[in-house]
Design a protein around this ligand. Sequence first.
Ligand SMILES: [Zn+2]
Length: 425
Amino acid sequence: MRSILLLAFLLAAGPALAQLPAASPAPAALLLRPAAVFDGETLHPGWAVLTEGDKIKAVGPAAQLSAPAGARTLELPGLTLLPGLIEGHSHLLLHPYNETPWNDQVLLESEALRVARATAHARATLAAGFTTARDLGSEGAGYADVGLKQAIEQGLIPGPRLLVATRALVATGSYGPKLSADVDVPQGAQEADGVDGLIRAVREQIGKGADIIKVYADYRWGPNEPSRPTFSQDELNLLVQTARNAGRPVVAHASTPEGMRRATLAGVQTIEHGDGGTLEVFRLMKQRGVALCPTVAAGDAIAGYRGWQKGTSPEPDRIQQKRLSLKAALQSGVELAIGGDVGVFAHGDNLREAELLVREYGFTSLQALRGLTSTNARLFQLPDRGQLKPGLLADLVAVSGDPTQNISALRQVKLVVKGGVVVEN
Ligand SMILES: [Zn+2]
């Protein structure tokens, strides 16, 4: 009887509880007066930014902006103020593989332990100036990313605004961990197959809070073999259509030309990794408006864990392959998102991807900086951020020096504002 009453209460109260407004009052207006403002496209020395509530109110020459009554003025001499950075590919529920191999994280670490770690990861991400992250798979931690996102939104823990992919989708038998044929062990993603099975799984994930659907369009079926396409074209088409009907984009893990081609034809938003991409498939991506998130930092980190000493030992095949494919990608003109697959390496070290793109792959600092702000926002269809313009979210970072000239200036974070509130100072 008691449980029936409780159920009745929850059914009656549930929607109302979910709609309660956040308890905190609107933040006070902020007038930020740095040495220069990078608005997502261009550097403007002598500019200032005014916020009101959780939005940007005005951006322009400091002399033209005055603080309204009740506003707080922050003098930021020597600093560059820019939009909050956007991480394109994170796994807050993973930690570096040289601490604990991926298999052991999935099989041996409890979800409580993984969530506790993730709260620290979220804080480190925000402190590094990343106010938004696409978190592309909980890797065996179920829907813990949805709860993590809610905890951040409710102000219980500091962290970036999250777009979560929840469990991700893999073809049965293609993913891991794999022990022996005799035991079924929990997998790092949800297995689903066939048109019916995939539609159901996509809807289930969306119903439980997925902002993004992630699909593994190819993977290695066994150890020491190359990746091969997993899902058929029909399966991918239906999966993308189902997600699109619900207003969710699909991102595809793919590194083979055929896996990338099928994902592109199906209409995914981005392809993650793309290590085996050819000029032909990158041109198809460009033609279809599909962006590449090359995740060079993950490969760099893993090669290091396997003993590669950059500069002294010869470059592993995988790194050489990455250089060739990214060269082809740049030649094709495909759009590039910036995301490092952080989690493979330490959260808070998110800048590693952009730094590698500048130091080793021919990007300018300005290109990488636009990538982390306005370009990522555009490619991920987040029109409310990534630039400093009136009406957009007041997510701001102040750093020492000029990151348009030296991307590593982004390591010198002095201030983080999220939704008009100073969260790191
Ligand atoms: Zn990943």
